[in-house]
Write a protein that binds this ligand. Structure first.
Ligand SMILES: [Fe+2]
Length: 151
């Protein structure tokens, strides 16, 4: 598998989401290393579980932020997340059930393709919206209500 690493070209205009995406890329690279160096079923299994869990955690966070930013395509975007989550979970479940081929080279390539395409194409579309909210999803108006920072 060609190695991947997060780079500026994957930036989506929000530091928290960028750092999540970076972690997902790291987990994918770890998974690749673990399978490539012939690590045990338990070791590879724990990395694929971590990737599946973090994917889910990140998608929830991203959806909360998109809701705060009033992103109009949120429902469609959520649908894509559910689809991707199901695919990653399916790979993880099959691997844990003893199906080693669930993580062969072509499956790894697919996994990489799904995640990178989602970030580079789909996530890019929300950039103008998330750029208007704070890193944690608060909007300038909600800050004013809390008597927060002035700009
Ligand atoms: Fe997304």
């Amino acid at each position: 598998m060609t190695q991947i690493a997060w780079g500026e070209s994957f930036g989506v205009g929000n530091a928290l989401l960028d750092s999540d995406h970076r972690i997902l890329f790291d987990l994918l690279a770890q998974l690749h290393d673990a399978t490539d160096t012939g690590q045990s079923h338990d070791v590879v299994g724990s990395v694929i579980s971590a990737l599946a869990e973090y994917t889910e955690h990140h998608f929830r966070r991203e959806e909360a932020l998109l809701a705060a930013a009033a992103f109009p395509e949120l429902e469609a975007h959520k649908g894509l997340h559910r689809e991707l989550e199901a695919r990653v979970h399916d790979i993880s479940r099959r691997y844990h059930a003893g199906e080693r081929a669930a993580l062969n080279e072509s499956m790894m390539e697919l996994l990489k393709k799904w995640l990178t395409e989602h970030i580079q194409v789909t996530d890019k579309s929300y950039r103008p919206w998330v750029e208007r909210v704070d890193v944690d999803g608060s909007t300038p108006s909600s800050q004013a209500l809390r008597g927060g920072k002035q700009s």
